[in-house]
Write a protein that binds this ligand. Structure first.
Ligand code: GLN
Length: 484
């Protein structure tokens, strides 16, 4: 049952091949037996899941249930869930039980989705390897000596290990696409503003966007349909018509114009990764697409600009965690100063502290113009690069990450080496564009991701382009050897 896609589960529920309670129990059992190895979940919500499944079965029996009704999914532990601990991978929020649901969670609840639990992640979504979680690292099901990518590594590993057919995730600089690539699954980060950020714990507010992790593009379309909404509670959410994401999945690609950015194939790219991506481009040509080289000349400035803007925004967002209103509070504070100092000192991990320090510095009087303003100017140039390219082509293709999954600890001592993991994904966030990663091959038995970048609100087109690839290839059906 766990090899079924979301689309197949929907069919199975409709045909009464199994009930929602049965399939929910099946996935819960898998998580309980197998996740001791992967550590992809922080919290399992067994009782609640079974109650939701029973309610979904009643709704299905009554007819006209929403498409996802009765399908078990999981949420990244960054989305507030009413009555269920939401840790954001941090000791700071180890004891935080939100009194409300994030809009994304509400949307799925209304559609009758069953929530199995909350997935592991890098602390406050800062990282590319899931090694910064307070709850310990997540292991990559393809090779347990390797990282699953981050920050949504728990969601990616859980989907790859068939512990859940789909999961929510978030992407500030690559945290959906990079772990999707490293775990051999399909991830989509929609256009900034397509999905509400309300109740999603903020890292860098101008970059954060929620999306999905599934095995197929067809499933991503189903999940995104329920997730996307206009929400007055998030002032950056855009009131833009929501496409029917499943309607044009099979539209032919003849005449599709693909742009290949020359900057995405320079030094630092693993040769095996490059080969798999080139082969994928050939597959598109065989489907009738035309390919042209394009240039995104400010690509080399994306990582430096991001590592000013994201820490600056995080230093402001994380100032609320002070041990007073909620979150971790130190024992026996001497005075207020000591309370702040020790609560924050004890509650945050090393990477989070590093970012708060960098961000506070970049925003401080005297440095603001040199760093923050300059980074925002660079951001505008990066956006303009994409606007220019999208006047010539329909989609941009390239690698998602420079190399396949790496070993634990291999980048630990050098934060900049870790930051470069997102060299191909970060510019998309700075520009607010939608991006996807789909599996397109393997290097030494580890998956490679193909990145697809679309124009604003072109999610339906991206899903179509991804789905067509998945009708021609079987990379998305391959499972880690340990998974039966
Ligand atoms: N790896 C990047 C970072 O550490 C992106 C994280 C993310 O997208 N949440 O900031």
């Amino acid at each position: 049952m766990h090899n079924l896609t979301i689309a197949e589960i929907i069919q199975g529920l409709k045909n009464k091949s199994f009930s929602s309670v049965e399939i929910t129990q099946h996935f819960l059992n898998r998580i309980k037996t197998l996740d001791t190895e992967y550590n992809s979940f922080i919290t399992l919500t067994e009782e609640q899941a079974l109650a939701q499944a029973a309610a979904a079965d009643a709704r299905l029996a009554a007819g006209d249930a929403p498409a996802l009704c009765g399908v078990p999914l999981a949420h990244k532990d960054i989305f507030c869930t009413n009555g269920v601990r939401t840790s954001c991978g941090s000791k700071m929020l180890d004891n935080f039980v939100p009194p409300y649901d994030a809009t994304v969670v509400t949307n799925y609840n209304q559609d009758g989705v069953v929530i199995l639990g909350k997935t592991n992640m890098d602390e406050f979504a800062m990282g590319s390897s899931n090694e910064t979680s307070y709850y310990g690292p997540v292991k990559n099901p393809w090779d347990t000596n390797c990282v699953p990518g981050g920050s949504s590594g728990g969601s990616a590993a859980a989907v790859a290990a068939r512990l859940v057919p789909g999961a929510t995730a978030t992407d500030t600089g690559g945290s959906i696409r990079q772990p999707a690539a490293l775990c051999g699954i399909t991830g989509i980060k929609p256009t900034y503003g397509r999905v509400s950020r309300w109740g999603m714990i903020a890292f860098a507010s101008s970059l954060d966007q929620a999306g999905t992790m599934t095995r197929t593009a067809e499933d991503a379309a189903l999940m995104l349909q329920s997730m996307a909404s206009y929400d007055r509670k998030d002032s950056t959410c855009v009131d833009h018509p929501i496409d029917d994401y499943s309607a044009n999945l099979n539209a032919p690609l003849a005449g599709l114009k693909i742009g290949i950015p020359k900057e995405y194939f320079g030094k630092g790219l693993n040769p095996g990764t490059a080969k798999a991506v080139q082969a994928a481009i050939k597959t598109y040509e065989a489907m009738g697409a035309t390919v042209q080289e394009v240039s995104l000349p400010h690509t080399h400035l994306a990582v430096p600009a991001y590592y000013v803007i994201a820490p600056a925004e995080c230093s402001a967002n994380l100032s609320r965690f002070d041990g007073v209103r909620y979150g971790h509070r130190c024992d026996n504070p001497k005075d207020l100063e000591d309370l702040y100092r020790r609560s924050r000192g004890e509650g945050f991990g090393e990477e989070v502290k590093r970012r708060i320090l960098v961000g506070t510095y970049a925003l401080s009087a005297g440095f603001y113009d040199a760093y923050y303003r300059k980074a925002q100017q660079v951001r505008r140039l990066i956006k303009q690069d994409f606007v220019d390219v999208f006047s010539q082509v329909d989609v941009i293709l390239g690698p998602t990450s420079p190399s396949p999954a790496f070993e634990f600890g291999s980048k630990g001592s050098d934060p900049v080496a870790m930051y470069l993991e997102d060299i191909y994904t970060i510019a998309t966030n700075l520009a607010g564009l939608p991006g996807m990663s789909i599996p397109c091959g393997q290097v030494d038995g580890k998956p490679v991701g193909l990145q697809l970048i679309g124009n604003y609100f072109a999610e339906a087109k991206l899903l179509n382009i991804a789905h067509k690839f998945q009708t021609e290839t079987d990379f998305h059906t391959q499972a880690p050897a340990a998974i039966k």
